[in-house]
Write a protein that binds this ligand. Structure first.
Ligand code: SAH
Length: 390
């Protein structure tokens, strides 16, 4: 087994819980490094810190899996960890759908598992976790006796690890359009061709937060994807709902979801570029009681953070202008580099530019099946804000 010794400066961060070791943070490595194998990590003064998987092809050389010297990384380890993840979610009240494993926040770096009732979608985004895919699948089978497991490893980040992009069944084939229940509503989830793993579970608790403000309201939702927020709005008593998305597939799925919940008489979807349409409708003087925005991440790198700030400011400015005085803007950001304080500042700047007064009603984060490790910013990525716009 490789032994990795950290530089003195780096030791405290890793000892205090951070699971990543970058290649330039290492003083020396004993043994020949083979990508994907388990390595032991030691402090600069040779104290054991933990064990993790190593990949010399990746900028992050080691990601820790355990802090225990005696714990073996084997099939039994993954079975135990997945059981713990499930116990945690059950404790929080999740029964049917949840993110079962949220990577680093569950001490299983770069492993994502979403549970959609009896179906599971998995992503192994680093070599060192990918080699354990058979063990992970075995553990899912043992704990859940699932109806199906699907791999959504068609993700570019895998290439940084020297892994191919791929997707497919990890169980007997099944109909990949499955139906889930959420907050008393039903949604189709396309685990094969949908975005990410097919569905955004991270907003499941936030969708409930619009319940009272949409009653009797004319609602506009942009970046709707499969229409989840909009269908919630219709269900909670909105008078009319229009959802926009740039993807024709997403809009088709949203329309199917509206029919499935029998709200299609008052909940419509259209293919549109939200940036263009919101600007035009602002000029036309259109007004809504509630405007909801949930754009995709605008950047993943620090170099282009300004682009993200500009994007959020612009879209929120356009959204706010469409809100009737006294109405509400419901706005989200999933860019982890835009931390909560910065997001609030951006919304405030947008309000100033729109010459509107706002007050914060609700400010939340991702649902609690996506736990946050304090000090690991990338685990705290979702901001969900409702403001009243005067
Ligand atoms: N609110 C959704 C998730 C939205 S994901 C939910 O809770 O399920 C972001 C969506 O924005 C994607 O569906 C993507 O197709 C869409 N999108 C990206 N750029 C867009 C644009 N310029 N105009 C409209 N939609 C866009």
């Amino acid at each position: 087994m490789n032994k990795v010794y950290l530089r003195r400066k780096i030791t405290p961060r890793v000892e205090n819980g951070h699971p990543w070791i970058f290649s330039n943070e290492v003083e020396k490595i004993e043994g020949e490094v083979v990508g994907g194998e388990i390595a032991e990590v030691f402090s600069h003064d040779k104290k054991f810190i933990g064990k993790g998987y190593i990949n010399p092809k990746s900028q992050i050389l080691v990601r820790l899996l355990t802090r225990s010297k005696s714990e073996e990384i084997n099939e039994a380890f993954f079975l135990t960890q997945l059981r713990k993840c499930w116990e945690y979610r059950k404790k929080l009240g999740y029964t049917e759908n949840c993110r079962l494993v949220f990577g680093e926040a569950d001490s299983l770096p770069q492993l994502i598992i979403d549970k959609f009732n009896d179906y599971f979608v998995i992503q192994t985004l680093a070599l060192g976790i990918d080699v354990w895919k058979p063990a992970i699948v075995k553990a899912i089978n043992e704990i859940f006796d699932p109806k199906g497991i699907y791999e959504r490893n068609d993700v570019p980040v895998r290439e940084l690890e020297g892994l191919p992009q791929q997707k497919g069944f990890l169980s007997a084939p099944f109909d990949t359009q499955i139906i889930i229940n959420e907050n008393g509503l039903k949604f189709y989830v396309d685990v094969e061709n949908g975005q990410k793993t097919g569905y955004f579970l991270d907003q499941q608790d936030n969708r409930k937060a619009i319940q009272h403000i949409v009653k009797g309201a004319d609602v506009l939702g942009a970046f709707t994807y499969t229409g989840t927020f909009e269908i919630h709005a219709a269900h909670y008593g909105a008078k009319s709902v229009l959802g926009l998305d740039i993807s024709a597939n997403a809009v088709a799925q949203a329309n199917k979801n509206a029919e499935l919940n029998e709200v299609h008489d008052r909940c419509k979807f259209e293919v549109a570029n939200a940036f263009d349409v919101l600007k035009q409708w602002g000029k036309d003087g259109r007004q809504y009681d509630v405007v909801m925005l949930d754009p995709p991440a605008f950047t993943k790198s620090r170099e282009t953070i300004q682009k993200a700030i500009t994007g959020y400011k612009e879209i929120n400015l356009r959204g706010m202008k469409l809100v009737k005085p006294g109405g509400f803007l419901v706005t989200s950001s999933c860019t982890n580099l835009v931390q909560p304080d910065l997001f609030l500042q951006i919304i405030n700047m947008a309000a100033k530019d729109a010459r509107r007064k706002i007050r914060q009603v609700v400010f939340q984060t991702q649902s609690s099946d996506h736990p946050i490790i304090l000090g690991m910013e990338n685990t705290h990525y979702l901001k969900f804000l409702i403001v009243q716009v005067q």
